[in-house]
Structure formats: structure tokens, C-alpha cells
Write a protein that binds this ligand. Structure first.
Ligand code: ZN
Length: 191
């Protein structure tokens, strides 16, 4: 964990989170808004619980097969636990990247430098929205299997994606963060 004062020059760092080995994941169907499970805060999860470990594997497998999907929260597959997968490594707006990982019981410790950007979500297939999010973030969460706590600093698109996923675990959609109806747009193509 770096305590260094963040500077512009620290972009382009690559600090892949080393994930414990997971079982084979299954493909799960995505829940679509306005499902109740998407708008309720999720409960804490035990990262060492075999069902949570399988859920972590399932989230990664389901995220990988969905075109353009950079993150998937457990309540998006109907499980009301604070678990999500993330992988922004292929996204053009990514700077700092921690690779493909799952976080359990994640929370934001610091959030600064808000910027507005367009967001979409597999659970809101017909719309995108302009949402103001921090572009500098410090996050902590537990890894599945070991329960190890990891804390890291990130920026740009990974920071935005993490806020989107942590919002899911707290029962919020990007629609709740958009500045109003004028900030919601019909989705023209699925990507
Ligand atoms: Zn989403």
C-alpha cells in the first residue's frame, strides 16, 4: 500500500490484485431494474464462505461473457450480498488498472476530483446517464477465499467503475446519481 502523495505523474501504474484461485464459475442471469434486490442495501458477506467463493467465480464468469461489461455486483444476479467483480483492463479510459478481481465488503475511504461522464449498466439496458464521480479514489475490501483486506488507490475509469459497483452494493443505480431527467439518455446501441 503506497502512502505517497498522489501526483499527476503516477498515472499508468499497473498493480494487479493477485486473486486467490477460484472454482469454475457458472453463468448467471442479470436482474433488471426496477427489481427490489437492486434498490436495497446488501448485507456483509463472509469471504471465506464456500457459497461466497462460488459467487465470486460466477460473477467473474458472467462478467467475462457480457460484451462491454466491466463490473458485476452480486445483487445484479439476485444475491443481496456486498460482493462484486471488476475488470477495466480493456477500457480505453482506464489509467491505473488492478486487473480482474472480486472485492467483498468494499468501501470507499477517500474520493476526490469529481468529473461527469456517461455510464451504463447491464441492469438498466435501455438507458445511459451522465454521472458525476470522483476520479481519484482510495478503496478497501476483502478478497474471496482468504478474506485478506486489500486497500488501494486508483483513478480515472477504474475509480468510476468502482463507485458504480459499490453503489450497487448499497442499493443505488447510476439513475439515482444522475443530475435529473435531462441527464438520462435512451441507449442507442448496447455497448
Ligand atoms: Zn451496474
Amino acid at each position: 500500500m503506497s502512502d505517497s502523495v498522489s501526483q499527476e505523474s503516477e498515472a499508468e501504474q499497473s498493480q494487479t490484485i493477485v486473486m486467490p484461485e477460484l472454482p469454475e464459475g457458472r453463468l448467471l442471469d442479470t436482474v433488471v431494474a426496477p427489481a427490489e434486490v437492486l434498490s436495497s442495501p446488501c448485507g456483509d458477506a463472509d469471504p471465506t464462505d464456500p457459497e461466497v467463493i462460488q459467487l465470486a467465480a460466477d460473477l467473474i464468469a458472467s462478467m467475462r461473457v457480457a460484451p462491454g461489461c466491466v463490473g458485476l455486483a452480486a445483487n445484479q444476479v439476485g444475491v443481496p450480498l456486498r460482493v462484486f467483480s471488476l475488470d477495466v483492463s480493456e477500457h480505453p479510459k482506464t489509467r491505473t488498472c488492478h486487473g480482474e478481481f472480486v472485492l467483498v465488503n468494499a468501501e470507499i475511504l477517500e474520493a476526490t476530483r469529481n468529473q461527469k461522464a456517461r455510464e451504463g449498466c447491464m441492469s438498466v439496458p435501455d438507458f445511459t446517464g451522465d454521472v458525476k464521480r470522483a476520479t481519484r479514489l482510495v478503496v478497501r475490501g476483502q478478497l474471496p477465499v482468504t478474506g485478506e483486506w486489500v486497500e488501494f488507490r486508483t483513478d480515472a475509469f477504474e475509480a468510476v467503475a468502482l463507485q458504480h459497483e459499490i453503489d450497487h452494493t448499497n442499493g443505488f443505480l447510476f439513475l439515482d446519481r444522475a443530475a435529473g431527467a435531462h441527464a438520462i439518455h435512451p441507449r442507442q446501441t448496447y455497448l
